[in-house]
Design a protein around this ligand. Sequence first.
Ligand code: ADP
Length: 175
Amino acid sequence: MYNYKNVDINLLQGDITKLEVDAIVNAANNTLLGGGGVDGAIHRAGGREILEQCKKLGGCPTGEARITVAGDLPARYVIHTVGPKYKIDKNKEVFLKSAYTNSLNLADDYKLDSIAFPSISTGVYGYPIMEAVDIALQALGEKIDSGTNLKKINFILFSEEDFNVYKEAFDKKLL
Ligand code: ADP
């Protein structure tokens, strides 16, 4: 557990669909109609209510974020954001950072206390996790510096390997 300016920052390893937080973030695609990886896991565990709301949103541009209910999940909301595809998108650093920042801003709009992020873009979208973690930390730091209602910000990594990459970067920046 880390703390920066009175915000608790947690690193976890496991499955984001199990977390009892105000919002979990989904690494979605532009259609918001479901996909593989964490997106598939969230829709499978959350049930059809999430997909029903997603259908009404008409997609989401890369780097932006949208919010829905969380259906059968223990979380209250799902914030769907779309990270860049590493090999295809230009300005990928900008888009990855804004995916994090816009998700955090949306959580603040809803006055949420807690949020959990997966590692956006580092699965199928191919972003190297060692580069991605620095961008996640930048977005996190800037958001907290500019003021947030959030009390607890969690990052959950699916694999032990990814967890260790995050831990090293977080230790360097936040300890
Ligand atoms: P993207 O398309 O943005 O790359 P992916 O879902 O393919 O998204 O991968 C993003 C990250 O989410 C990967 O590190 C993957 O291991 C991880 N992941 C997959 N399933 C889960 C889950 N249930 N909980 C947390 N993280 C997950």
